[in-house]
Design a protein around this ligand. Structure first.
Ligand code: MG
Length: 273
């Protein structure tokens, strides 16, 4: 697959694309240890079957904080929920925090509170919610906070690893030991067991992981993972040199496969400072 600009253009409306290349000076952890330089890119596209793009992404390279949110609910509720979620995270972003996991957890609670507040004030927005997958990179460590079925992956030495866990009926059944074939018959893959804003309280999955120069992280909505096989995602992330090329390559794959949903990808490279 060739993710050239002309190929993206041929697929219709171009995606929203942003990129960054951040000064390594900032990448010190709370103990003053310098971490890898971060380069990255994000792309988002409405796809071919939805009228609105209810995905949102957050790039805060100054703080090392990145996120994807995939909103749900009719009457523009999904856009509102996803926007509130990334805004809540952005409000928590600062270059160095002692306890990023606790900060992320509280930001997810705040997002939940804000979305619930809007739901209560507008009856027609009942059911408004969003997924939220965030990564906070500080020095050589990262914390992810995750709710829903967007995903966080890390590519290291050519191997792609999903760091988040899907909060879906199917994924929960598989984790519970169900036979995969039987689980696939019994449980839908698109029904969430956790989302931000749906219930009074929400607990994010929190995962701590290491960050090494050469690592490439991917945050994405299910508009990518429902359309594109993990092996193809791994191939694109391996073959494409720059984060922008990788984001475009993944977008081309999702759209060429039908673009059945909004598609959002954020690619972050940890590079030697
Ligand atoms: Mg989606």
């Amino acid at each position: 697959m060739n993710p050239s600009p002309s190929r993206l253009t041929a697929l219709g409306t171009p995606p929203t694309v942003s990129s960054f290349d951040h000064d390594p000076q900032v990448w010190k952890d709370p103990r003053g240890r310098e971490g890898p330089r971060l380069r990255g890119a994000a792309a988002s596209h409405v796809g071919f079957h939805r009228e609105e793009n209810e995905d949102r992404f957050l790039l805060r390279p100054d703080a090392g904080l990145f996120a994807v949110a995939d909103g749900m609910g009719g009457h523009e509720a999904g856009e509102v929920a996803a926007t509130l979620a990334v805004e809540s995270l952005a409000d928590a972003a600062q270059p160095r925090v002692e306890l990023p996991a606790q900060c992320l957890r509280q930001a997810v609670w705040e997002a939940n509170r804000r979305i619930q507040g809007v739901t209560e004030s507008l009856a027609r927005r009942t059911g408004m919610g969003t997924t939220l997958s965030a990564i906070w990179i500080q020095g050589g460590r990262a914390v992810i906070a995750h709710v829903g079925d967007s995903r966080v992956y890390r590519l290291r030495n050519g191997r792609l690893e999903q760091i988040s866990e899907d909060h879906t009926l199917l994924a929960e059944a598989l984790r519970g030991g169900f036979d995969p074939e039987r689980a696939a018959r019994l449980f839908p893959s698109n029904v969430l067991t956790r989302a931000v804003g749906i219930q009074r309280e929400v607990e994010p999955l929190l995962v701590d992981c290491s960050v090494q120069p050469g690592d490439r992280f991917l945050l994405c909505s299910d508009g990518l993972t429902d359309m594109v096989a993990e092996s193809v995602i791994a191939e694109q992330l391996t073959v494409r040199v720059s984060p922008t090329q990788a984001a475009n390559g993944l977008m081309v794959e999702a759209l060429a496969a039908g673009g059945g949903d909004n598609v959002t990808v954020v690619v972050i490279d940890a590079v030697s400072a």
